[in-house]
Design a protein around this ligand. Structure first.
Ligand code: 13P
Ligand code: ZN
Length: 284
């Protein structure tokens, strides 16, 4: 059943667990994510970036996710989400295609510019029942961090977060507490106290980007302190490419399906592990 991320995440917030927002790029990763969620009776968010929309065809991949979810997995709540929309135009395009949920990422702009475009996105999305995620603070990528990182420059300020939510009317908020995308260096220890202060002041669901490598108690700790959603991309890439390389290395396979299927299965296992870690198993 296709739903909005707002529906999934408000329930998660009330229930004290988190839901994974998993990045897809193709048929294999989509099927893996849906199968994992279905096997564990978990709600799930499947998301794609602008780059992926260019790679796969935004409308084509959206329809693929939509059809697979509706026809093969009707008993679990599935939200389809635009991840890191960097302009009003891409968000507008995603909503026109039918995405029930979008992110406008104005985190690299000034506060005023971020508010201006996020508000415009919210106004456009509102009448169409589309959930909007905004970002305040900055979750860096590998290409953006050089040498020693002054984490204070990246962090979400709790008071500014309250103002941002009020000024824009967003439904969910991505926060920065020392998390970083992919292989970028992270703060040695997340700023848990900061997260608690944000969660105490902001009533909408909070999202954590760049934490797909968070294990060993970190994920549980931030869920306890108010995170309702984890974005997971790098863990999926590592599972897929790792298995693919292994199978290709074994040689002599020319049947494309016999190469892609183990990679798909590896992604499924990774997603199942994350669903259990986030606590959304059995919450469909
Ligand atoms: P990772 O690449 O660290 O998994 O982060 C995913 C993400 O934030 C996608 O928006
Ligand atoms: Zn992200």
């Amino acid at each position: 059943m296709i739903v909005t991320t707002k529906t999934i995440l408000e329930k998660a917030k009330q229930g004290g667990y988190a839901v994974g927002a998993f990045n897809t790029v193709n048929l294999e990763t989509t099927r893996a994510i849906l199968a994992a969620a279905d096997e564990l009776s978990s709600p799930v968010i499947i998301q794609m970036t602008e780059k992926t929309m260019e790679y796969a065809g935004g409308r084509a991949l959206f329809q693929l996710v939509h059809n697979l979810a509706e026809f093969y997995h009707p008993r679990i709540p599935v939200a389809i989400h635009l991840d890191h929309g960097k302009s009003f135009e891409i968000v507008e395009r995603a909503i026109e295609i039918g995405f029930p949920s979008v992110m406008y990422d104005g985190s690299r702009h000034t506060y005023t510019d971020n508010v201006r475009t996020t508000t415009k996105v919210v106004a456009f999305a509102r009448g169409k029942g589309v959930t909007v995620q905004g970002e305040l603070g900055n979750v860096p990528y590998l290409s953006e961090v050089h040498g020693t990182v002054d984490w204070d420059e990246y962090m979400t300020d709790p008071d500014e977060a309250v103002r941002f939510v009020e000024d824009t009317g967003i439904d969910t908020l991505a926060v920065a507490i020392g998390n970083a995308h992919g292989f970028a260096v992270e703060r040695p220890e997340p700023d848990y106290e900061r997260l608690s202060r944000i969660a105490a002041k902001v009533s909408i669901p909070l999202i954590l980007h760049g934490a797909s490598d968070w294990e060993d108690g970190r994920a549980e700790e931030v869920i306890r302190r108010g995170i309702s959603c984890f974005n997971v991309d790098t863990a999926i890439k590592l599972a897929f490419v790792g298995e693919l390389s292994k199978v290709i290395g074994e040689g002599d396979k020319t049947d494309i399906r016999s190469i892609l299927e183990p990679a798909r299965d590896a992604v499924k296992e990774t997603v199942k592990h994350k669903i259990r870690l986030f606590g959304s198993e059995g919450k469909a």
